[in-house]
Design a protein around this ligand. Structure first.
Ligand code: UD1
Ligand code: UDP
Length: 356
């Protein structure tokens, strides 16, 4: 393939796409980016394009803040128009958001090969919008890039071995990003000066199952407040969570800051004492930067982190959270295990795409 279209829309997708975009330039593959507009605040979108030097999107659909069906439907229509005009040889989608599903569906109905990066991941929880998006996206894709052996096993269990779909285990592109941008982050970020704390816990919360359940959100806030009484907790707060906390008139005791750019996030990950999150990406980044993680979910797609003792799942149970905190805050572990490919995932994927 020599001409491809990339569909992105949400924060983690900009970070993943940055690694492939760089490789496409090296491999001489023409890439046009469609930004669906799903994430639109400057600190949720523009900052990543600037810091990570991602090519400016050729198309901006400006579709956001809608219900799942409306958002996905409008994206589908907008992406289809562009694909008909541009006639790419392939469409690349990342992860498991509504932008992922819309991009995959638009392309597959036009018989344009779909390439899914971060394929095969499963939480086995069909209540999660992400689980629906990723299962459907995998099934209508032609080329699946799996970050882990577990992802490959999941697909084979679902019968993908008998389907005309190519499966490649290439490693995790987020590890590529963490390695490539870490040195730049050191030079550019002054977040440590801004927060001015010798030690701290870094937390993020945005998952629908936590934010849209007042009980779950109250429990998580209570647990983090308790931890904050022992060591400061810093939370770059997702706009979804900020809005809901305001609606609930819930004022946490821990420190909330605006969402930070990727460079600041790397520095916070490098220097924190522990990570607490319900994010998919941040669980892995904790590992990349040698930090234990407590995950505010009942399941994770990144089971190897739990199996190897780097991550503890606590759901939204504040007692389990406090117990896991006591267990992990002064634990030391060897983080040198190669779980995610050590930084060559994007290169492997680009080579495969060129020859597809
Ligand atoms: C989406 C993805 C989720 C992913 C997350 C990454 C889906 C179904 N969910 O969830 O899988 O983990 O992105 O962060 O695709 N908002 C703003 N400003 C922004 C972005 C969002 O105010 O820049 C607000 C929206 O108006 C909306 C809320 O946040 O009210 C949720 O945004 P949405 O994109 O629907 O879902 P996320 O929770 O961000
Ligand atoms: N991230 C960031 N700034 C923040 C919070 C997260 O740059 O304030 C990065 C984080 O380092 C990771 C990605 O955003 O690379 C994860 O995105 P998010 O948690 O929104 O989504 P998920 O991975 O759960 O889909």
């Amino acid at each position: 393939m020599k001409k491809i279209i990339t569909v992105v829309g949400a924060r983690p997708q900009f970070i993943k796409a940055a690694t492939l975009s760089r490789q496409f330039q090296l491999f001489g593959i023409e890439e046009l980016i469609i930004h669906t507009g799903q994430h639109f605040d400057a600190n949720m979108s523009d900052v990543f394009f600037e810091e990570m030097e991602i090519p400016k999107p050729a198309f901006q659909l400006n579709i956001h803040s809608l219900t799942h069906g409306a958002m996905t439907g409008r994206m589908l229509e907008g992406i289809e128009d562009i694909l008909i005009k541009e006639k790419p040889e392939g469409v690349i989608v990342y992860g498991d958001t509504n932008s992922t599903l819309a991009g995959a569906l638009a392309a597959s109905k036009l018989h344009i090969p779909v390439i899914h990066v971060e394929a095969g991941l499963r939480s086995f929880n069909m209540q999660m919008p992400e689980e629906i998006n990723r299962i459907l996206t995998d099934r209508i894709s032609d080329l699946l890039f799996c970050p882990t052996s577990t992802a490959v096993t999941n697909l084979l269990r679902e019968g993908y071995g008998d389907l005309p779909i190519k499966i490649c285990k290439n490693g995790d592109v987020m590890q590529d990003a963490a390695i490539y941008y870490a040195a730049k982050a050191e030079l550019k970020s002054d977040i440590l000066k801004q927060i001015n704390l010798p030690s701290f816990v870094l937390a993020t919360i945005h998952r629908q199952e936590n934010t849209d359940s007042p009980e779950n959100l109250r429990n998580i806030v209570a647990g983090l407040n308790d931890i904050n009484s022992k060591i400061p907790v810093i939370v770059p707060i997702h706009p979804r969570t900020r809005k809901i906390l305001a609606q609930m008139k819930l004022v946490p005791k821990f420190k909330m800051i605006e969402p930070v750019g990727y460079f600041d996030m790397i520095i916070l990950l490098k220097h924190c004492d522990l990570v607490i999150t319900d994010s998919g990406g941040v669980q892995k980044e904790a590992f990349f930067f040698g930090k234990h993680c407590i995950t505010l979910r009942e399941q994770t797609e990144w089971v190897e982190l739990v199996e190897n003792g780097y991550n503890i799942l606590v759901g939204s149970n504040s007692h389990k959270l406090e117990f896991a905190f006591a267990n992990l805050i002064s634990k030391s572990s060897d983080f040198s295990l190669d779980l995610y490919g050590k930084g060559h995932a994007a290169e492997r994927a680009a080579e495969e795409i060129l020859n597809y």
